[in-house]
Design a protein around this ligand. Sequence first.
Ligand SMILES: NC(=O)c1ccc[n+]([C@@H]2O[C@H](COP(=O)([O-])OP(=O)(O)OC[C@H]3O[C@@H](n4cnc5c(N)ncnc54)[C@H](OP(=O)(O)O)[C@@H]3O)[C@@H](O)[C@H]2O)c1
Length: 281
Amino acid sequence: MEKYILITGASSGLGKAAAKKLAQEGYKIFAGVRRQEDKEQLESLNPNISAIFLDVTDDESVEKAFETVLQKTNEIFALINNAGIALGGPVEYLPVEMLQKQFDVNVFGAIRVAQRFLPLMNGKDNRILNISSMASYGVFPFVSPYCASKRALDMFFNSLLVECKNPNLKIISVKPGVVSTPIWNKSVDACEKTFENVSQDCRNKYEKELLFLAQNARNNTQKGLKAEDIANLISKILSSKNPKLSYNAGKDSVFARFLSYLPQRVCNFLVKNGLKYRLKK
Ligand SMILES: NC(=O)c1ccc[n+]([C@@H]2O[C@H](COP(=O)([O-])OP(=O)(O)OC[C@H]3O[C@@H](n4cnc5c(N)ncnc54)[C@H](OP(=O)(O)O)[C@@H]3O)[C@@H](O)[C@H]2O)c1
């Protein structure tokens, strides 16, 4: 029997790698994109991939994507909530619109898509995989919008799991550490644009940290795991009979989990002094 999977944000990075890997394994993929060129590019990878236009922040777009899926099937085996952006900056100066944008994509977007597609997930085995992040442990300064969005994503979907009347629905959180994808440069570009016109006060206080973190983020495009590593993990989770509720990917993710177990005061001390030490080097 054909198994359909919907992946949001499949134009690049983890979503694209997952679409490619899962299509090779024989799954039928609905790959969410926002541009015609991404649609053509993805569909040229494998005949099992059908790219569909899907902006997770837009009700109408989600509705149209739903209608498109419905023309092919009335059951999807898995939804992979992957679409995401990463925004940051010092809490003291964060524009509220920036926070709203962060949550619109990473949190409300995932919920919007899940709510619409849940009626197609009433079979004997259906799965929602959320691409969360080690940021969900909340131990990283200056990226609080991203951390809070990933924590909120995990919290909302854990509640869904507990509330849901469908005993066959599995909801899994995947928490990668650093993966080399375009998200890092996109994130720094977006943050630099937002903070272009910030007050001198903000610059005086935080410039050193922000420049260091921006450079660090740009370096992450060359470091860490590969998108294919996460695609392999996703494939393993989808074929596992009894997947765990949460998976860490990468040593940095395991370390972040460990830090989060420490008393908050100890964790804060280590994080604050760790950053100070790295700034001095
Ligand atoms: N890379 C890492 O180190 C890392 C680590 C942990 C977790 N993650 C998570 O992994 C997921 C994928 O990120 P990535 O690293 O693969 O980055 P990426 O290459 O930038 O991919 C992000 C995807 O999300 C899509 N997207 C953004 N806004 C959207 C919207 N409003 N509606 C629909 N799609 C939207 C983008 O589409 P467009 O091209 O149309 O903008 C793109 O396809 C994200 O949730 C991210 O938080 C990444």
